[in-house]
Design a protein around this ligand. Structure first.
Ligand code: BGP
Length: 481
C-alpha cells in the first residue's frame, strides 16, 4: 500500500548475543561466565534455573557456548553478509568476561576491548549502527563464587566498573545501549539471568526480589553514567514481552492474567518510571520479602530512567485461574513460562505459539504504559531448516512468520501511531538456542553448517529469507511479498 511503511531512519536489522554466537570462550584472556557452564541436554534447565549447581565445566557434559558458531573468528564475514541484507542496525552483546575476566578487575583486558572496537568499526564501515546489550545472560563465574551473583549488592559496583570500561572506550562508536537482556527472565531462569544458585534452606522469593532490586539499581546507575560519558546516547531497558491472555472471560482468569503480567511489568515500571509500582510493595509485603532497600535507592531509580523500552516478542501467553483447566491444557512448548495452550493459535515446531496480532497488542500496551519510544529487538521463528545439496535453504515458514509480524508492527506504527525505533530479527544468523542449547533450532536468515552434536564446517549459506528480508529493508517495509 502506497505510503504505508516505516519512518525514515527506521533501524532494520538483526540481533545476537555473545554467548550464543561468539565461541572462543577461553581465548585471549577471557574469563569464565555463567553461560559457559550451562550444558546441552536434560540438565540444561536445572542449571539455568539455579537448581543444580555447576560452576565449572564437567567432563561428561557438552557446553554449546564454548564454540557456538565461532563468530569470534568469523565476524568480518558475518557483518559483510548483514551489510548485504542492508542492515541499518546490528544488536549484539559484549561478553563481560572478555573485558573484565574476573568481573571486577581494576584494569580491563585490552585484547577484549580491542575485539569489540574492531567489530564496531567493521559495522560502521557498512553504515550499520551497533546496538549493544551490556549484559545478555552473562554473569562472571568469579563474581558468582565471590558474591553469589546478583543476590549481592556488591554486584552493582562490579557492573558499573564494566560499564565504565566499555562506555569510555566505545563512546564514539556506540549510541544505542540496553542495560540487561530480558530482565524479567531473572524470575524464570535465575542462573541464566542473574548468576543465582539456590542453596538449601534459602528463601527463593526473597532472593529473587533482592536480585531484581540490585539489577534495577545497577541499570539506573548505568543509564546515568552513560549519559554523563555519552550525552547523546540512548539507553534502554529490555523486556521478554508477550501479554497474558485470560483463557476465558471469567473475571478470575482476567485477574490471573493481570497478576502474571505484573511479574514482568514490575521491572520495566521501575526502569521506565523510576519507582516501584504501588502493588509491588504490597506484593513484597505479602511474600514477606526483606528488601535490601537503602537510603538513596529511590533517588538512584529516579535519576536513571531509560530513554526507550526495548523488548523481545515471540508469542503471547495464555493463563487460567483454574488449576484443573491448567492441568488439562498446560503447554508443553516453551518451558520457561507457565501457560496454557491458546486454542486459537498455531504452534512452531518447538511448541511456541504464533500470534502476530499479539505483537500489535504488545506495542500498544507498552506505549500506553510508558509513553517512551519502543524498539523490537528480538522476534523470529526457531525452525529445523534443511541445507539442500546446491547450498540453498528454503524457509517459507520463516518468511511467513516474519511477514505477519512485520505487518502487525506496520499496523501499530501506521494505524495506531506507535513510535518505534527499529526492528532487529532474532538470530539473524543461526546460533545456539538459549533455552535448549540446540543448533538445530534455527532462527537465521543465514544458515550455519553445524549440528547439535557440534559437527559441521561452520560455513555460512544464504537462506531464501535472506533475499526476502533484503527486499523488505530496501523498500523500508513497503514490499513484504
Ligand atoms: C530470548 C533470548 C535470546 C534467544 C531467544 C530465543 O529469550 O533473549 O537469547 O535465545 O529468546 O529463544 P531460544 O533460543 O530458547 O529459542
Amino acid at each position: 500500500m502506497e505510503g504505508y511503511k516505516f519512518p525514515e531512519g527506521f533501524l532494520w536489522g538483526g540481533a545476537t548475543a555473545a554467548n550464543q554466537c561468539e565461541g572462543g570462550y577461553n581465548l585471549d584472556g577471557r574469563g569464565l561466565s555463567s553461560v559457559d557452564v550451562v550444558p546441552f541436554g536434560p540438565e540444561r534447565m536445572n542449571v539455568a534455573r539455579g537448581v543444580r549447581k555447576m560452576l565449572s565445566c564437567e567432563e561428561e557434559f557438552e557446553y554449546p557456548a564454548h564454540e557456538a558458531i565461532d563468530m569470534y573468528h568469523h565476524y568480518k564475514e558475518d557483518i559483510k553478509l548483514f551489510a548485504e541484507m542492508g542492515f541499518k542496525c546490528y544488536r549484539l552483546s559484549i561478553a563481560w568476561t572478555r573485558i573484565l575476566p574476573n568481573g571486577d578487575d581494576e584494569i580491563p583486558n585490552e585484547v577484549g576491548l580491542k575485539f569489540y572496537e574492531d567489530l564496531f568499526k567493521e559495522c560502521k564501515k557498512y553504515g550499520i549502527e551497533p546496538l549493544v546489550t551490556i549484559d545478555h545472560f552473562d554473569t562472571p563465574i568469579a563474581l558468582i563464587k565471590k558474591y553469589g551473583g546478583w543476590k549481592s549488592r556488591e554486584m552493582i559496583d562490579a557492573y558499573l566498573k564494566y560499564c565504565k570500561a566499555i562506555f569510555t572506550r566505545y563512546k564514539d562508536l556506540v549510541k544505542y545501549w540496553i542495560t540487561f537482556n530480558e530482565i524479567n527472565m531473572l524470575l524464570h531462569m535465575p542462573f541464566m539471568g542473574a548468576g543465582i544458585v539456590f542453596e538449601k534452606g534459602e528463601n527463593r522469593d526473597n532472593i529473587l526480589y533482592n536480585a531484581a532490586h540490585h539489577e534495577l539499581l545497577a541499570s539506573a546507575k548505568a543509564v546515568k553514567l552513560a549519559h554523563e560519558i555519552m550525552p547523546d546516547s540512548m539507553v534502554g531497558c529490555m523486556l521478554a514481552a508477550g501479554q497474558f491472555y485470560p483463557y476465558t472471560c471469567n473475571p478470575d482468569d482476567i485477574w490471573d492474567g493481570l497478576e502474571k503480567d505484573r511479574d514482568n511489568y514490575f521491572f520495566i515500571d521501575a526502569q521506565a518510571r523510576g519507582s516501584y509500582p504501588v502493588w509491588a510493595w504490597k506484593r513484597m509485603e505479602a511474600l514477606g520479602i526483606d528488601l535490601d532497600w537503602q537510603d538513596g535507592d529511590d533517588e538512584i531509580l529516579k535519576s536513571g530512567t531509560v530513554d526507550y523500552v526495548a523488548f523481545s516478542y515471540y508469542a503471547s501467553r495464555c493463563t487460567t485461574a483454574d488449576p484443573e483447566v491448567f492441568e488439562k491444557h498446560k503447554r508443553s512448548g516453551n518451558a520457561v513460562f507457565r501457560a496454557v495452550e491458546n486454542p486459537y493459535l498455531k504452534c512452531s515446531e518447538w511448541g511456541w505459539q504464533i500470534d502476530p496480532l499479539g505483537l500489535r497488542v504488545t506495542l500498544n500496551t507498552l506505549y500506553d504504559r510508558y509513553q517512551k519510544p519502543l524498539f523490537i529487538v528480538e522476534n523470529g521463528l526457531g525452525a529445523n531448516d534443511v541445507l539442500e545439496e546446491d547450498g540453498s535453504i528454503h524457509d517459507p515458514y520463516r518468511i511467513d512468520y516474519l511477514r505477519q509480524h512485520i505487518e502487525a508492527m506496520r499496523d501499530a506504527v501506521n494505524k495506531d501511531g506507535i513510535p518505534l525505533l527499529g526492528y532487529t530479527a532474532w538470530g539473524c544468523i543461526d546460533l545456539v538456542s538459549a533455552s535448549t542449547g540446540e543448533m538445530k533450532k534455527r532462527y537465521g536468515m543465514i544458515y550455519v553448517d553445524k549440528d547439535n552434536e557440534g559437527n559441521g564446517t561452520l560455513n555460512r549459506y544464504k537462506k531464501d529469507s535472506f533475499f526476502w528480508y533484503k527486499k523488505v529493508i530496501a523498500t523500508n517495509g513497503e514490499d513484504l511479498q
